[in-house]
Design a protein around this ligand. Structure first.
Ligand SMILES: [Zn+2]
Length: 233
């Protein structure tokens, strides 16, 4: 879906993502709405939001749900929205322009453009996680293969923006492998107490690739997703 600016996108998606990622139920303070470039929204979580707030949906939200119904991303049966398993998830990212509005500020479009590849890969990895059981299993295996202490400390950092821990495995992979912005990776993944952040990240990446390389029967789709990754080259 395309939005003219980040604020329009957040108005429509902010509450849904706050509910999904942070279990929010009260939206009276807009500060609780989630602002981000992309989100962990599967068709399942959108349907869950729609069912929970069915009596209080805004006009924009109703429009959005109609659109998603038309595109076969959710269905409505017996007065309940249901998700369509493995059919679609939403990968959201921001379109480029010469001047881009970001949370009310105008920023340089070229700077944004140079980061688009990383954002796309980051969101595409979420999309695959929600729609492809094999990719989900690989991601979950990678997360479980970390030593418990590391997993716990990264979970604590991720928990600042993603209280719902069911997204920690996919966010971990997306940040460590598919996000190019160093400050984003540092803020969302690496504990403050770590002094050599580059070494910490390098070590995480090599742990990830040793888990992937130990898997011998990956499908071409899943394999290519990791092989085309810029870090590997
Ligand atoms: Zn993400």
């Amino acid at each position: 879906m395309k939005y003219e600016n980040q604020d329009d996108m957040n108005l429509t998606w902010g509450k849904i993502t706050a509910f999904t990622e942070n279990n929010a139920k009260d939206f009276s303070d807009k500060k609780t709405w989630n602002y981000a470039w992309g989100h962990d929204l599967s068709s399942e979580s959108i349907a869950e939001y729609a069912n929970t707030f069915r009596q209080n949906l805004t006009w924009d939200e109703k429009l959005l749900l109609e659109r998603l119904k038309t595109e076969g991303i959710i269905e409505e049966k017996w007065e309940k929205y249901i998700w369509v398993a493995n059919k679609a998830a939403l990968a959201m990212f921001y379109p480029t322009g010469e001047k881009v509005q970001l949370n009310g500020r105008v920023v340089d479009g070229d700077k944004i453009r140079s980061q688009i590849k990383g954002w796309l890969d980051h969101e595409l990895a979420h999309w695959l996680y929600f729609t492809n059981p094999e990719f989900k299993k690989v991601t979950d295996d990678i997360w479980q293969s970390l030593d418990p202490k590391t997993r716990k400390e990264i979970s604590e950092v991720l928990g600042k923006n993603y209280k719902n821990s069911k997204f920690h495995a996919t966010e971990f992979l997306s940040y460590v492998l598919f996000t190019e912005g160093k400050s984003e990776i540092n803020t969302n993944i690496i504990p403050n107490s770590v002094s050599d952040k580059d070494a910490y990240l390098k070590n995480l990446r090599s742990q990830i690739y040793s888990t992937i390389d130990a898997k011998k029967n990956l499908s071409p789709l899943v394999k290519s997703f990791f092989d085309t990754n810029w870090i590997r080259k």
